[in-house]
Design a protein around this ligand. Structure first.
Ligand code: HEC
Ligand code: HEC
Length: 437
C-alpha cells in the first residue's frame, strides 16, 4: 500500500469504531425495558431516533475524517495527486532534456570529498600528526640519512623526487621511478606493479627495502622510536596507549598519506561547473582522452582503473612490441607483475593526477617528457598511429618476430598537444604554485 494513504486508513478505522459504538449504545437503549428512560421514548419513536442519531454520528465522523485529512496531510495525500498535472502545464514550453549519454561514455567527476579509510584504522588529528612526523623522520633508515620525504617531497615537490629512478641509502640506485604519494589514498593497488593493496600494507616496504631505507629489522625501528622520549606520548595520543609497534607506525603513516589529496585542479573546477576552467584545447584533449580510449584504463576521478573510486581496470599489458626500438628503449626490460619470461610487462594503471609535475615517466622513468609519454601510450596501448614520429603504418617487433599494422586512429601533432594540455589540467593549483617557487 502507498505510505501516504496510512493516515486516511487510521482515521477511517477510528470513525468506524465511533459509529459502531454509537449504534451499539442506541441498540442497548432500544432493548432496555420501557419506562427506564422516563417513558419519553417508546415504540417507533425510539427506533426512529436511534437510526437518525446513528446515521448522524456516521455522517459527522466522515466529515471530520475528510476535514482532518485536508488540514493535516495535504502534502502526503493531495499534493502528489495534483502536482504531476501542474508540472506538465508549467514545463510545456521548456526545452526538452538533453539526450542521455550512451552508457559507454565515461562520467567525468571530481574526487569524493571523503577519502576511503579502512575501518580498523580510523583517522584522528593526533594520528595524522604522528604520521607526518614519522614520514619526515630519518630514524626509519638504517644510516639515518633518509626519510620517506627524501624521496617523496611533500613540502616543495609533488610527492616525488624528480629522479629517473630512486636513490636509496649509500647512494644506491633502484630500478623504479618514485611515484607521487599525492592521491595514493584513492588507490586500491600501490606500487608500479600493484603488489600492495593498501597504504598500511605498503608503508613498511621501503623501510626494510635494502635499496631504499635499508633498515635491518622492524624490531630495530621500534627500539629506535621507543628510545626517543617524545614518541611514546605521541603514540598514546594517537592510539590510546603508548605501545610502539610496526603495525602502528604503518597505520600512522597511512593516516598522514590520506591527508595528501589534491582536488583543486582546473579539471576539478571544470567538472564542478566552471566551464571556463579548461581552455578549448584542453576540452578537445579531454574529448580525445575519452574518444581514443585512454579513459578505459585511466578511468574514474583519480584517472586510474586501480583506484578505490570509479570503474575497475587495475592492470594492463604495456604493449612495447608496438613501439619502435628507440621509443621502446628499456621499457620492455622489467616485466612488472608479468612472468619474467614474457615478452611484455604487466603494470598497474597509474593515476594521471599531477602527472605534468612528476616527470620523468613510466615505471623506470626512462621517458623524459609528457609529450613523449602520450605518444608512447597512444601507439602502444591503443594501436594508434602518431604522425610526425617518422613512422610508417607498420610496426615490427624483433623480440617477438611479429609484424603489425596500426589499426587505430591517426593522431596529429595537434591531437598530441591537446592531450598533453588536458593532462596539464589535472595539476593541483596548490602543487603548481609550490613548484613555481
Ligand atoms: C629511496 C627512495 C624512497 C624512500 C625513502 C621511500 N620511497 Fe616510497 N617509493 C619509492 C619508489 C621507487 C616507489 C615505487 C616502487 C615500486 O613500485 O616498486 C615508491 C612507492 C611508494 C608508494 C606507492 C605509490 C603508488 O602510487 O603506488 C607509497 C604510498 C610510498 N612509496 C610511500 C612511502 C613511505 C610511507 C615511505 C617511508 C616509510 C617511503 N615511501 C619511502 C621510493 C622511496
Ligand atoms: C590499456 C590500458 C591503457 C590505456 C588505453 C592507456 N594507458 Fe596510459 N598507462 C597504462 C599503464 C599500465 C601505464 C604504466 C606503464 C608503465 O609504467 O610502464 C600507463 C602510464 C601512462 C602515463 C605515465 C604515467 C607516469 O606517471 O609515469 C601517461 C602520461 C599515460 N599513461 C597517459 C595515457 C594517455 C594519454 C592515454 C591515451 C592516449 C593512455 N595513457 C592510454 C595503461 C593505459
Amino acid at each position: 500500500m502507498h505510505a501516504d494513504l496510512a493516515p486516511i486508513l487510521v482515521i477511517g478505522i477510528l470513525v468506524a469504531l465511533a459509529a459502531f459504538t454509537a449504534l451499539t449504545l442506541l441498540v442497548r437503549r432500544d432493548l432496555a425495558p420501557a419506562g427506564s428512560w422516563g417513558g419519553v421514548l417508546d415504540g417507533g419513536g425510539r427506533w426512529f431516533l436511534g437510526a437518525a442519531l446513528g446515521l448522524g454520528v456516521i455522517a459527522f465522523s466522515i466529515k471530520l475524517a475528510i476535514l482532518a485529512t485536508l488540514a493535516n496531510f495535504p502534502a502526503q495525500t493531495i499534493a502528489p495527486l495534483i502536482a504531476p498535472r501542474a508540472q506538465v502545464a508549467e514545463d510545456f514550453d521548456a526545452p526538452p532534456p538533453p539526450n542521455p549519454p550512451p552508457s559507454s561514455t565515461p562520467t567525468w567527476r571530481g574526487l569524493p570529498a571523503l577519502v576511503p579509510t579502512p575501518v580498523d584504522n580510523p583517522g584522528n588529528a593526533a594520528k595524522l600528526a604522528l604520521g607526518r612526523r614519522l614520514f619526515h623522520d630519518t630514524k626509519l633508515s638504517q644510516d639515518g640519512s633518509l626519510s620517506c620525504a627524501s624521496c617523496h617531497d611533500v613540502s616543495k615537490g609533488a610527492g616525488h623526487d624528480g629522479r629517473v629512478t630512486a636513490q636509496g641509502i649509500n647512494g644506491q640506485i633502484g630500478s623504479r621511478n618514485t611515484p607521487t604519494v599525492y592521491n595514493a589514498a584513492y588507490q586500491a593497488r600501490l606500487f608500479w606493479d600493484g603488489r600492495a593493496a593498501s597504504l598500511e600494507e605498503q608503508a613498511l616496504g621501503p623501510i626494510l627495502n635494502p635499496l631504499e631505507m635499508g633498515l635491518a629489522s622492524l624490531d630495530l625501528m621500534e627500539q629506535r622510536l621507543a628510545a626517543d622520549p617524545t614518541y611514546p606520548p605521541a603514540f598514546a595520543a594517537a592510539f590510546g596507549s603508548a605501545a610502539i609497534s610496526a603495525n602502528r607506525v604503518a597505520q600512522a603513516l597511512a593516516t598522514f598519506e590520506r591527508s595528501l589529496v589534491t582536488n583543486d585542479s582546473p579539471y576539478d573546477r571544470f567538472v564542478a561547473g566552471d566551464e571556463r576552467a579548461l581552455s578549448p584545447g584542453q576540452q578537445r584533449g579531454m574529448w580525445l582522452f575519452q574518444d581514443l580510449g585512454c579513459a578505459t584504463c585511466h578511468s574514474g576521478p583519480n584517472f586510474s582503473g586501480a583506484s578505490l573510486v570509479g570503474p575497475k581496470n587495475p592492470f594492463a599489458v604495456l604493449r612495447t612490441s608496438r613501439l619502435s626500438a628507440d621509443q621502446r628503449g628499456t621499457l620492455a626490460a622489467d616485466k612488472g607483475r608479468g612472468a619474467p619470461s614474457s615478452a611484455e610487462g604487466v603494470w598497474r594503471v597509474p593515476s594521471l593526477r599531477n602527472v605534468a609535475l612528476t616527470a620523468p615517466y613510466f615505471h623506470n622513468g626512462s621517458v623524459a617528457s609528457l609529450d613523449q609519454a602520450v605518444r608512447i601510450m597512444a601507439q602502444a596501448q591503443l594501436g594508434a598511429k602518431v604522425e610526425g614520429h617518422g613512422h610508417e603504418d607498420l610496426w615490427w617487433s624483433a623480440e617477438q618476430s611479429r609484424l603489425g599494422r596500426y589499426v587505430g586512429k591517426t593522431l596529429s601533432p595537434r591531437d598530441v598537444d591537446d592531450l598533453v594540455s588536458f593532462l596539464q589540467s589535472l595539476t593541483s593549483d596548490t602543487l603548481a604554485r609550490r613548484a613555481a617557487l
